[in-house]
Every structure is written in structure tokens, then in C-alpha cells.
Design a protein around this ligand. Sequence first.
Ligand code: 3IX
Ligand code: FAD
Length: 664
Amino acid sequence: MEGVDYLADERKKTEFDVEEMKIVWAGSRHTFEVSDRMAKLVANDPVFRKDDRVMLARKDLFKNTLRKATYAWKRINELRLSEEEASKLRSFVDEPAFTDLHWGMFVPAIKGQGTDEQQKKWLPLAYKMQIIGCYAQTELGHGSNVQGLETTATFDPQTDEFVIHSPTLTSSKWWPGGLGKVSTHGVVYARLILDGQEHGIHGFIVQLRSLEDHRPLPGITVADIGMKFGSGAYNTMDNGLLRFDHVRIPRDQMLMRVSQVTRDGKIVQSDVPRQLVYGTMVYVRQTIVQDASIALSRAVCIATRYSAVRRQFGSSNGGPETQVIDYKTQQSRLFPLLASAYAFRFVGEWLKWLYTDVTQRLQANDFSTLPEAHACTAGLKSLTTSVTADGIEESRKLCGGHGYLASSGLPELFAVYVPACTYEGDNTVLMLQVARFLMKTVSQLGSGKPPVGTISYMGRIEQLMQCRCAVKKAGDWLNPNAVLEAFEARAARMSVSCAQKLSKFSNPEEGFAELSADLVEAAVAHCQLIVVSKFFEKLQQDIPGKGVKRQLEVLCGVYSLHLLHKHQGDFLATSYITPKQASLANDQLRELYSQVRPNAIALVDAFNYTDHYLGSILGCYDGNVYPKLYEAAWRDPLNDSVIPDGYEQYIRPLLKQQLRVAKL
Ligand SMILES: CCCCC/C=C\C/C=C\C/C=C\C/C=C\CCCC(=O)SCCNC(=O)CCNC(=O)[C@H](O)C(C)(C)COP(=O)(O)OP(=O)(O)OC[C@H]1O[C@@H](n2cnc3c(N)ncnc32)[C@H](O)[C@@H]1OP(=O)(O)O
Ligand SMILES: Cc1cc2nc3c(=O)[nH]c(=O)nc-3n(C[C@H](O)[C@H](O)[C@H](O)COP(=O)(O)OP(=O)(O)OC[C@H]3O[C@@H](n4cnc5c(N)ncnc54)[C@H](O)[C@@H]3O)c2cc1C
């Protein structure tokens, strides 16, 4: 039935102002307004339909993406959209494309690592898409170990050029998005060689294809790397391979903000730290944290709405069965994910602030916060993408069998999302970076330099090593100070324990390798503390709207106490809490689930997702799931005919076969 809201009863239960929560979720009224307008623009334009995507073969899929991406660009120009609006519009198109890398990495790499003159030359071309760029760092043989990249950039003083070369098969660039078939240019990372001496990895702007006929330029071999995980999904993207055979580029195409090469082939280091060559990765990791809350909230929105629609068991006197969302097991799997989506939204917002702050400081030659920014972006990227990838899969299971249908939207969301655990830094490798930062901090305690920012709790190390949890009844776990101290003590004690074990090794690198699994656990504890503390900080702000702050307090409780429950081994092993206190935390968590329950639908409505963007029958706003599933089945090409193609060739002969079957 058209127009009936099957979730209306659920929406009537809401205890807070959903419209105000939408603003909190968006970050500001302005951002909400822009997002809402762009989402509707995309949803109402038939060119951006995506329900047929999973049926398309690779070539059609790719061409379809080109069509949508260029149409999006046309609309962006016709409507004279701002950068903010354009980026929102692209995200609502919801299809990985070369434009993600052009705007998300190529442009930021030039902005972050190019000199003023280089920016003046290249950015206007990129902004008008007169050149299309990719970020060509990873190679067949090396991704995580950036220092191990093999592509060379050898300066030729005779001609004032760099010669870019791929000396081995393993030096072939492998993976860059947009490279396979589209990019005309790339920021290519290579080992700088001057007069036979190596000078580390640097970025170079290299033209790859002709701007006239799109053919690869002489000396360049380029292609797509082939199909990836899942149908549809990330296969809209042309991840590419690239080899150079002594390709020459002018000297001024080395990105020279960090180091300059002079006309006579000498290297000059600016004051800027060498690590700024990795700056684009820091920027993108920060955007990936923001993206994690989007991906997780989409999955949770689908699973929550469907859990309210779906009924199983428990009918008495012929009445309706129980909504599966009322089962405590369903709640204990679903509500922590809902709370995590909100938690990641707020930590993402904070991380964006941190990134802006560090960028401004860098411009003023203050490099003091760079290590913390690196540790935070690396650690939070790792934590949020791991939880989100697992959370999407859990959401699929929460939807039972129908979650496995492509029309639930969950399989494709999962397939598109999981590489986030790998790209922009493998999640384990990134956690090890956080662990290094933690060990360095612990080793410097007492040196007179107090730790600041997210690591400042380490400055209270003596108190945190000795304190004991004061919780006596379940309700005490609602006290933010009790929760924060628990997470601080756990993180501090795990770090100190690792540091103590490390100090027993004569070779610290050997010790670090041997203890790396424990170190990752300590790093996870530190990152979870950051998320919990940023959620509490958010609650300190003035949050208008009836019941909005109250709901966020409940979600913050769910987020922190579900972590405490899940990782109670850590909290118990570090002797901060007793088994009794762990059990009280779990009692309080169950009580909080009951408080989330009546508001669950409204909490996912607050994400303000259009049905187009969600792309899920199970998650549709009106909850009218069954007729839509039934209709969608008939739209499958396999149902175009009653008798399938292949019947005459395979099924009929099978049925008519006259085999002499051996008697059993
Ligand atoms: C609808 C779908 C689209 C969804 C997208 C949505 C949002 C995203 C938006 C835009 C993006 C667009 C699309 C996204 C999709 C795909 C993009 C994927 C692109 C890529 O996938 S692109 C390749 C990324 N590839 C990596 O991610 C490699 C990982 N590997 C490394 O990153 C390093 O290799 C490391 C760190 C592991 C070791 O490096 P190493 O061996 O040189 O370093 P070492 O450990 O020795 O550290 C020496 C000193 O440098 C410090 N340090 C290190 N890194 C730093 C940094 N970044 N900043 C500041 N300081 C740093 C240390 O803290 C230490 O400091 P200290 O000395 O003080 O201790
Ligand atoms: C969809 C997608 C898009 C991508 N887009 C781009 C792009 O646009 N541009 C680009 O340059 N690259 C891109 N990449 C490449 C990506 O950045 C790398 O794949 C990523 O950094 C991981 O590196 P790797 O593949 O070398 O993994 P590996 O390092 O080979 O990881 C393999 C395993 O080894 C483990 N491991 C590695 N090192 C250590 C260590 N020191 N200690 C403990 N364990 C370790 C890892 O945890 C992992 O389990 C993309 C990748 C994907 C999947």
C-alpha cells in the first residue's frame, strides 16, 4: 500500500526531538541543510539510479560509473555548486570512482606537498578536471613499507630532468584507484637518486596519458589490475598497474615543499619534517574515520528498521509475533553498533578539528603536534574501519536470510567497505604505529616533558597504576568519571606492562617484534579511550532539543559499557575492576538497552538517509518490506522468462537421460 508508514507506531514511541538530532548528527544546521539538499538532488535524478548495479558485467559497470561521474560533474557546474556541495553530491552518488582519488588524494597531495608555484601551475588544471589525477604509491612488492618502494627517480643534470623507472616487476605500481583506465596524471612516489646517492621517497607529478587521444605516453605501460571482491561493489573503480621505462619529466615536477632539488642536482631540506611526504595519508585517514560513521550508520539503519518490521515466535492467542528488535540478544548485537556509529561520528568531527589545527600549525612552522596527529589518524582509522567492517557483516546477520539478498544493500555495502581495513594503511600496521607512539611516551615519562593532548592521561601514571574502581552499584557506571578512569587505567596499565616487558630485551626492535600482538592490544585500548573521551566531551557541549542530550548520554553509556563488557578480560587482568564490578557494568548495559529500544527507529531516522542512498529494501523508510521484496524478485533478469535459457541444452537432456545406473 502506497503511503502507509509501517513504522509509524515505532516513531510514536520516540522520546526526543528527531529534527534536532539530525542537526547534531550532521554537525551543524548548515551542514544538515547542504547534505539534505544534495541527497535529494541525487535521489530524484534517474541518472543516479543504482539498483541495477549488481547485475552489470565489469565493462558495463565501469562505463556506467564513467557516465554517472561525468554527469555529476556536469550538474556540479550547471548548478554552480560550492566545493562542499560538490563533495556531498559525489558522496551521495555512492559509487567508487576515479573522482574519489582525483579530489581525495591527487589534489590534496599537490596542496600538501607542492610549493606555491607548483600549486599555482597544477591546481587550476585539476580543479577544472582538465587533467585527472591519481595517487600512485603502492607497488606489486610493497605497500605497507613505503621506504621499501623500488621505483626510481634519477636526476639527469644534463637535461634538468628526472628519469622515472621501474627496475623490477615488483616495482610496478599496483592498486592506485583511477589509474587503470582514466587518469591522465599521477602523483608517483619514487626513490630519489642524485649523483648515485639515494635520498628517500618523494612524490613526482607524472603525465601518464596523452591529453589528445588518451594513449599512454612513450615508456609507460598502464592497465587495470582486474576484478576485486564482490559483484558490483569496488569493481566500478579502475585500480591500476603502471610501469615506467626511463620516462623523463622536468625537474620542477618533483613535489618540493619538503625537499628541493637544485639545478645542479643538490638536495636542500626545508624546515618541514621529512614525514610530511606522508601528509596526504594523514589527511585521507582522517576522512576515512568520518566515512566509517557513515558506512556503519547505513548498515545499522537497515538492520534497525528491519528488526522492527521482522517478527518471529511469541504469538499468543493468534496475535502478532514478537518484533525481533525486542529480543535482548538482538539488542545486545545491534545497539552497540548504533552507539558506535554515533561515537565514530563525534570522534570523526574532533579528528577533523585536530587535522585542521595541525595544518595551521605546520603553516606557522610549528611541528610539535604532528606525531600525535599521526598516531590519532592512524589509530582511529584502524579502529573505526575494523569495527565498521565487522559491524556491516553483523548487520547482515541481524537481518537473517533476507540480509543476504543483494536488495538488502548489505552485501554490496560490505564488499565496498572492507578494503578500508587495508587501504590507506593496513589496520595492524597502523596500530603498531600507535604502539610506537605509546612506548615512546612511556619512555619519556619523568623527563620533564609532560604528555599533552590525547596522551595527557599518561601524565597521571602513578595515580592510574594504583587507583581502584569505586563502583558499588550498577547505576554508578553512569558516572562519566568512573567510566573514564576505568578506560584510562586500562590503557595506561597495558602500555606500561608492554614497556616493562620491552625493557627486558637488549635489542628494542627485536622486543617490539616479539611483543607486537600485545602492543596492538595496548594501542586498541588507547584508541578506544580516545573515542569514549570524545563522546563525553561532546556531551559537555550545549545540545538543544527535547531529550536529545539524554539520548546521547544513553548511547554514550552503551558505547562505553559494551566495550567494558567485551574487553572485561583487560580490565580484570589489569586489576582495575573486580568481577563483581564487571557484572554490575553488564547489568547497567542491559538497562540502557531498554532505554534505547523505544527510540531506536528515531535514532536511525536522525541519519536522514534517503531510500536511494540506503539502497536497501529492508531499510526503507516506510518499513513496507515484504511487497517490495516480492516485486524485486520479479525484476531479476532470471525471471524474464518462465523457462530458463539453457533448458533445452541442459535441463531437458538431463531429465530425459536414459542412463544405465549401476544397481546399488
Ligand atoms: C564510496 C567509496 C569511497 C569511500 C571513500 C571515502 C572517504 C575517503 C575520502 C577520500 C579518499 C578517496 C578514496 C579512498 C579509497 C581508497 C584510497 C586508498 C589509497 C591508498 O591506499 S594510498 C596508499 C596508502 N599506503 C599506506 O598507507 C602505507 C602504510 N604505510 C605507512 O604509512 C608507513 O610506511 C609506515 C608509517 C607504516 C612506516 O613508515 P616508515 O618505515 O617510514 O616509518 P617508521 O615507522 O620508521 O617511522 C618513522 C617516523 O615517522 C613517523 N611517521 C610515520 N608515518 C607518519 C605520518 N604519516 N605522518 C607523520 N609522521 C609519521 C613515525 O611516527 C616515526 O616517528 P618517530 O621517528 O618520531 O618515532
Ligand atoms: C581497494 C584498494 C584501493 C587502493 N588504492 C590505492 C591507491 O589509490 N593508491 C595506492 O598507492 N595504493 C592503494 N592501495 C594499496 C593499499 O594502500 C595497500 O594495499 C595497503 O597499504 C596495504 O599494503 P600491502 O598491500 O602491502 O599489505 P601487506 O603489508 O603486504 O600486508 C599483508 C599482511 O602483512 C601484515 N604486515 C605487514 N607489515 C607488517 C608489520 N610490519 N608487522 C606486522 N604485520 C605486518 C599485514 O597486517 C597484513 O596482514 C589500495 C588498496 C586497496 C585494497
